[in-house]
Design a protein around this ligand. Sequence first.
Ligand code: GLY
Length: 352
Amino acid sequence: MRQNVIFDNDVLRALTEVLSELKGNKVFFLTDDNTQKLVLPYFNTLLEECQASVITIAPGDVNKNLSTVEQVCLALQKGGATRNSVVVNLGGGVVTDLGGFAAATFKRGIRFVNVPTTLLSAVDAAVGGKTGVNFGGLKNEIGVFCEAVAVLISTRFFSTLPLEEIKSGFAEMLKHGLLKGTETYQKLLSFDFTSVDNDAFLNLLTESVNVKRVIVEQDPTEKGLRRALNLGHTAGHAFESMAMERNKPVPHGYAVAWGLVVELVLSNLLKGFPSENLYGLAQFVYSHFGAFYITCDDYDSLLNLIHHDKKSVSGECNFSLLKNIGEVEVDCRVDDDTVKAAFDVYRDLMHI
Ligand code: GLY
């Protein structure tokens, strides 16, 4: 099914239209403390017009859990939500993942609209129907595939974000560019973080989200092709977890950017990915994201984390790799020594 993704910086008008088409008997806006303060006031006239209720949760990944889902469901119940109601998830990935899950399961499913307010959620989390929460110490352990009835993508709320957040989302755009082809990818490499024009950025974002959309349409429940979207994430998640263990967490997208370097090294070693493109990416990542510091003493721990990734098959290292920009191969099994060799090259490229 083609998900209804709307790209429009006039979000108020676009959301008004979506809600009037959906004709829900009650509308609930789900925000976190940040989006309630910074973004919700923009929708004041609409809130009044549709007499919407607002549910607000505490921000951050630590609150992406079942007890927050319970809090949301109780608020829906108290607010008289029925199967014909609509939830508008206004926020970053935590709000869209958790709000989507609450809506998808409350009364066996009510409709929800995602209005992502961060680049990371616009380019990834809000689109494609993955909803869920963390559980038992594992990320996104409980959830369902359920698509929002509409996703409203805009760049107008990004001005409230720190540059680090923009860069974090941009790493997912790099991934989409690498999956799509040279033209899209090159535009990203010349992106200027110091002067972002909202409308020009919306065009780039549209191209990027459409890469994910085309893949998800072909494989909505991740049986095969959708694993292409894991590019950069197998090594990236290992870096992210290691950073947590060191009590120095890193933004998700930064870990993905470093993971992309490792996985393009593997692509170069195993699939003939061109060296000049590897060097180009490594240079871009080093200058905008810096490096994640590792020594050879960290290799076994990193491999252990990769083996235990929930997407790995029977404990082997399993990667999505590129033969070239725009040519992906999923389910590539790689032995531990080759991964270690890739970490060596990563350290060279990252000047460690
Ligand atoms: N974040 C990757 C996916 O949605 O499949």
